[in-house]
Design a protein around this ligand. Structure first.
Ligand code: ADP
Ligand code: MG
Length: 235
């Protein structure tokens, strides 16, 4: 079992991030421009193939910019009291058809936990990212187990486990780095965004993974946000 603790110091600097975003967005744009040029140059009816590629590339830009929008600065008033149960149940329902199609069963057990001060939409995004990754890690189906309970008086511990292929150690080190993906249609932004949001909530995230057995993600979130707001999520 390999374990990795993500800390705020490990998060990529904004400047480096901006440069890689510019690079990633330029790639599909260059491709779209190229195909437009080709279409303009032909007298034949519009080449459907070019249009399909262009549509795919535009979808890609949408996905990248969509994930990045989440890094926008949340305001103090975005914090509210919400039950973790509600957030997780909403996400599981949202992803239920995707799970069904992929023969994935999602088992949720959440012990009675108190209201938690959080930005619910951001935590929703965290669970969407993690559960999606778990589904995508099990192409032939399997079980995702989600368990949550109160830890001491001050925090909630959430564990998400899958039975997927696991993450090799050399990749574990790169996880959370923007645009690192092993998927043909991945953005490589899900885990980075997840880490930022957890960090913003003053929480911690641990990944342990065993090849061909599965991946376990442990999140610890404080029930209250006693410390002052970390001004900007993108810092
Ligand atoms: P994306 O899902 O778009 O690839 P992520 O940031 O969500 O981007 O994940 C980055 C990479 O981490 C994935 O491409 C995959 O290789 C690996 N990964 C993340 N979660 C899991 C998991 N539960 N099981 C196996 N690999 C995972
Ligand atoms: Mg993902």
């Amino acid at each position: 079992t390999e374990k990795l603790l993500f800390e705020s110091e490990k998060l990529t600097a904004v400047g480096q991030l901006a440069a890689s975003i510019a690079h990633e967005i330029r790639n599909p744009l260059t491709s779209i421009k190229g195909f437009l040029q080709l279409i303009k140059g032909t007298n034949e009816k519009v080449n459907k193939n070019y249009l399909n590629i262009m549509a795919d590339e535009i979808t890609r830009i949408e996905m990248i910019t969509g994930e990045l929008l989440l890094l926008a600065k949340p305001q103090a008033h975005d914090f509210q009291y919400e039950y973790l149960n509600k957030i997780v149940e909403d996400v599981v329902l949202l992803l239920s058809s995707q799970a069904l199609i992929n023969h994935v069963e999602v088992n949720v057990t959440i012990n009675r936990v108190p209201l938690m001060k959080c930005v619910p939409n951001q935590l929703k995004q965290v669970f969407i990212n993690l559960i999606k990754n778990a589904i995508e890690a099990m192409p032939t189906g399997g079980v995702i187990t989600i368990h949550a309970s109160q830890q001491q008086d001050t925090s909630i511990r959430i564990v998400i486990e899958d039975e997927g292929g696991g993450i090799p150690q050399e990749f574990l080190d790169k996880i959370g780095t923007p645009f690192y993906t092993t998927k043909e249609k991945g953005t490589g932004l899900g885990l980075m965004t997840t880490l930022k949001i957890i960090d913003f909530h003053h929480g911690t995230l641990n990944i342990s993974s065993v090849i061909n057995k599965g991946t376990k993600i442990e999140i610890i979130l404080p029930l209250e946000q006693t410390t002052t707001l970390k001004g900007n999520l993108s810092k």
